[in-house]
Write a protein that binds this ligand. Structure first.
Ligand SMILES: Nc1nc2c(ncn2[C@@H]2O[C@H](COP(=O)(O)OP(=O)(O)OP(=O)(O)O)[C@@H](O)[C@H]2O)c(=O)[nH]1
Ligand SMILES: O=P(O)(O)OC[C@H]1O[C@H](OP(=O)(O)OP(=O)(O)O)[C@H](O)[C@@H]1O
Ligand SMILES: O=c1cc[nH]c(=O)[nH]1
Length: 445
């Protein structure tokens, strides 16, 4: 590998190394911190950092300090959310930050600030962490810890009197004036944003195990799958990597290229079909037993982007007998626009689920044009599954940002595009290699 190519790969990997961000909200003393600690202890081999919203309390002015018992710490305005947002922006871009070291007795931050390094997982915890939509946008997973309010009050009284040395009357007064109304008005309403609600807080081992399993799965996936929930990469195995090694090798003969590309395409097609809706069905097996299964989605069609997409038609026909297949021909290369040259699509395509076929997603310009043709024919965006063998990050960004509701199924995500918009490492000109035409040489960077 030449050094220029290595540098561009490093840059692409650095840019893509985004953290998995989890927000953990819930009422006071609901057990958020314990839930976070349990998640952290189960994610031993990952770099995890916990950031508490409490660190971002606005410091109290001298005047507020005099009447501290009247201060409302349970209102969204009590927090410096702008500062937290700018810290998250830095961490998202892989840069370390300093966060305030808030002192609960002084009601302001003290030196030294806490250093937070970039991590694989960032857990944000706090009563109002799901309140601001801009903060929610950073999160890949939102959790609400839902504990009984009597249990929470009992814990709160114990914590504030025993651990924080506060007077019980003040604790109860603060609870009825600010804590309880804050929960009703601002905290409980954020439950609707949660992906997971944990009843009984930290006592709920099963929920925490499931959350940790999900995080591990997500961390094992490509970063782009964390950003775009509509991108699916088929599970990598040595078998699949072996086939990719053959099709990507410039020395592989046309015969072998076609053979292994066909096998990979078949896997992508089977996987893509798994993203169509299913309906439940019970049948009786020859043993007289009931089997609870599902029926495949009806009303499908394939659409291939000529010419390379046509290489995927056989696999689709082999899986779905008699499926209708339409065609789209697009012209244009590089960064210039794409024009539609020809299309022949089933007349009732608007009422079908469409499997769009093209083995290479490079800049995404061809895919965007083809998808716009489908939408203009009335196909709902969410009824389109785009199947390909390899995707470049640039193409994924382009298609996912423009069409967030369609699904993309691919077998590998590559590193980048070169200046000629060829996928790197890529597999060269797919159409030429599959159909045995031309022998253009592709430069690596
Ligand atoms: N009196 C007082 N209360 C404060 C201050 N700062 C924060 N709080 C209270 O702290 C609460 C927020 O922290 P909690 O969510 O209860 O703390 P926690 O330890 O994360 O709770 P769990 O982890 O869910 O058990 C709010 O209800 C505020 O009323 C302060 O300076 N003074
Ligand atoms: O994402 P993009 O930058 O638009 O590039 C991807 C397109 O390039 C390839 O087709 P090509 O133009 O090489 O034509 P072919 O299928 O006839 O070989 C590929 O099959 C896609 O259609
Ligand atoms: O690398 C690339 C880019 C577009 N089309 C291909 O076939 N290969």
């Amino acid at each position: 590998m030449d050094s220029q190519m290595a540098a561009s790969m490093d840059a692409a990997q650095m840019v893509l190394k985004v953290p998995f961000v989890i927000g953990v909200a819930g009422g006071t003393a609901s057990g958020k911190t314990t839930v976070c600690d349990m998640i952290i202890s189960q994610l031993q081999n990952q770099r995890v950092v916990l950031i508490s919203q409490e660190a971002f309390y606005h410091p109290l002015t001298a005047e507020q300090l005099e009447k501290v018992h009247e201060h409302n710490f349970d209102h969204p305005d009590a927090f410096n959310t702008e500062l937290l947002l700018s810290c998250m922006e830095e961490l998202k871009h892989g840069r370390g930050i300093n966060i305030p070291n808030y002192d609960f007795k002084l009601h302001r931050s003290v030196e030294p600030a806490r250093v937070v390094n970039p991590s694989d997982v960032i857990i944000l915890d706090g009563i109002l962490i799901l309140h601001d939509p801009r903060l929610r946008d950073f999160m890949n997973m939102k959790i609400f810890v839902d504990s009984d309010s009597d249990v929470r009050l009992a814990r709160r009284i114990r914590r504030d009197t025993v651990e924080r040395n506060r007077n019980i009357l003040n604790v109860l007064d603060q609870y009825s004036k600010h804590v309880k109304p804050g929960f009703e008005d601002f905290i409980r309403p954020t439950k609707k944003y949660a992906d997971v609600i944990i009843p009984r807080g930290a006592d709920n081992d099963v929920a925490i195990d499931l959350i940790v399993q999900h995080i591990r799965t997500k961390l094992g996936q490509h970063d782009l799958c964390k950003i775009y929930s509509n991108v699916f990469v088929i599970q990598s195995t040595f078998q699949i990597r072996g086939m990719h090694t053959l099709v990507r090798n410039a020395k592989t003969t046309k015969h072998d290229f076609v053979f292994y590309a066909d096998r990979l395409i078949r896997l992508v097609v089977e996987h893509g079909l798994g993203h169509l809706p299913f309906t439940e069905k019970q049948i009786i097996t020859p043993t007289g037993s009931v089997y609870s299964g599902v029926v495949f989605c009806k009303r499908l069609c394939g659409v291939s982007i000529i010419r390379s997409g046509e290489s995927m038609e056989n696999a689709l026909r082999a899986c779905c007998k008699g499926i209708k297949i339409g065609k789209i021909l697009i012209h244009g290369e590089g960064k210039s626009g794409r024009q539609l040259i020809y299309e022949k699509l089933p007349s009732d395509i608007a009422s079908r689920h469409v499997l769009l076929l093209d083995p290479v997603l490079a800049s995404g310009n061809s895919a965007v044009k083809a998808i716009s043709v489908l939408l203009s024919k009335g196909v709902p965006e969410s009824n389109i599954v785009f199947l390909n063998l390899i995707s470049a990050p640039e193409g994924l960004h382009t298609v996912c940002n423009k069409y967030p509701r369609l699904k993309i199924v691919t077998s590998e995500i590559d590193t980048t595009l070169n200046k000629d918009l060829h996928v790197i490492p890529g597999m060269g000109e797919f159409g030429d290699r599959y159909f045995g035409t031309g022998s253009r040489v592709i430069t690596p960077s």
